[in-house]
Design a binder for this molecule. Structure first.
Ligand SMILES: C[S@@+](CC[C@H](N)C(=O)[O-])C[C@H]1O[C@@H](n2cnc3c(N)ncnc32)[C@H](O)[C@@H]1O
Length: 101
């Protein structure tokens, strides 16, 4: 995808550092908002292992397709639920409320 060549190459180093800082462990459940072409989503899916789960949302349906191809190629689709949509503040409030129960 053109995005990966133009912007992805520049961001890649920082994206890698960010994912590393999360220290994701096997079995964890992770959410990425704005997964782009799925580079970090794939790394997270590798980290959570077979018992974990990664959720992702991105406002762009084009990004959704690119990410689906990336995950499919890596055989990681079963660990990831991702969809096109816009994360809005009220979604965050509901999610955080649910997690705090
Ligand atoms: C810089 S890219 C993310 C790249 C990705 N984290 C990676 O390195 O693998 C930012 C993404 O956020 C998405 N985005 C921006 N605003 C959003 C929103 N309100 N809800 C969901 N996705 C959003 C854009 O469509 C874009 O794909």
């Amino acid at each position: 995808m053109v995005y990966d060549y133009l912007i992805g190459a520049f961001e890649r180093k920082y994206a890698e550092m960010a994912v590393e800082q999360l220290s994701i462990e096997e079995g964890e459940i992770v959410l990425e908002v704005g997964f782009g072409t799925g580079h970090c989503l794939k790394r997270m899916a590798e980290s959570v292992g077979e018992m974990g789960k990664v959720y992702g949302v991105d406002i762009s349906s084009g990004m959704l397709e690119a990410t689906r191809r990336r995950l499919d190629k890596a055989g990681l689709m079963d660990r990831v639920e991702h969809g096109a949509g816009m994360l809005q503040l009220y979604h965050m409030v509901i999610t955080l409320s649910t997690l705090s129960l």
